[in-house]
Design a protein around this ligand. Structure first.
Ligand SMILES: CC(C)(COP(=O)(O)OP(=O)(O)OC[C@H]1O[C@@H](n2cnc3c(N)ncnc32)[C@H](O)[C@@H]1OP(=O)(O)O)[C@@H](O)C(=O)NCCC(=O)NCCS
Length: 223
């Protein structure tokens, strides 16, 4: 199979993690040819990200041909809808985005994964899990039966989600968080590092602790 060209959008830590993921996939057989990175910071132009050149602003993603796939590589717990805003601003249709899955991830036939989503090493989806578009899932995240993950959700490493949980678009589930069965995390909400969420988390709120409660911080902007 001829490797597909791939252009990453965003030149930060998530891009470097994604490049390492691409290398891991390619070690099993060349599937992707990463050609560069786009970023709106003019200071980054002409630099390189793990050997890939920063070619220009993010808007260049709208000019590439059919032979180039895209991936939006920005994420921040301080601004969970950031990746959604980037993809919506570019307006490139979802089929132009790649889906990357690490060779050690466990993905059963019953799973559905949308375009633009990235699943890192040792992610496990057990049964009937639906993952939307542009979802970022860091290493060792476990999603269990009937979980529904909306577009633009981000999971930090090691988050664990019980069965039948709904995570609405652009929510951020931080590293090591645990979610009780059948709860809902609202759009743009943040569940903090190591939190144990036993109740549904409303849209745009930041909850942390065990059991998780609203953090004193102000509400975040909802996507
Ligand atoms: C929940 C979170 C968003 C809060 O961040 P924040 O609003 O900047 O909070 P602050 O650091 O100002 O801390 C405010 C208070 O909450 C506490 N706190 C912050 N995060 C906490 C957490 N996850 N659990 C328990 N308490 C927490 C702080 O200790 C502090 O308490 P204090 O005032 O008594 O000292 C952040 O801690 C978090 O989880 N970020 C995600 C990190 C992550 O997973 N990154 C992965 C990708 S790199």
């Amino acid at each position: 199979m001829t490797p597909r060209k791939l252009l990453l959008i965003g030149a930060g830590g998530m891009a470097r993690e994604t490049i390492e993921l691409i290398h891991a996939i390619n070690r099993e057989g060349a599937r992707w040819e990463p050609i560069g990175v786009l970023d709106d910071n003019p200071d980054k132009r002409g630099t390189d990200v793990l050997g890939l050149p920063v070619l220009g602003p993010c808007a260049m993603a709208t000019e590439v041909g059919e032979d180039v796939d895209l991936l939006a590589c920005v994420a921040s717990p301080d601004d969970p809808p950031r990746r959604a805003r980037l993809v919506e601003r570019l307006g490139v249709p979802d089929p132009h985005y790649a889906t990357l899955v690490h060779p050690t991830a466990v993905i059963p036939d019953s799973a559905r994964i949308g375009p633009g989503s990235i699943l890192h090493a040792q992610v496990v989806l057990t049964a009937d899990v639906t993952v939307g578009a542009h979802v970022a899932i860091m290493p060792q995240v476990v999603l269990t039966h009937d979980d529904r993950v909306g577009d633009f959700v981000t999971f930090g490493a090691g988050a664990r989600v019980s069965g039948g949980v709904t995570i609405e678009p652009a929510a951020y589930i931080a590293s090591g968080a645990m979610l009780r069965e059948r709860i809902t995390v609202g759009p743009g909400a943040v569940v903090g590092m190591g939190a144990v969420a036993t109740r549904s988390v409303p849209a745009g709120e930041v909850w942390h602790g065990c059991p998780a409660r609203p953090a004193p911080a102000a509400r975040l902007e909802v996507a």
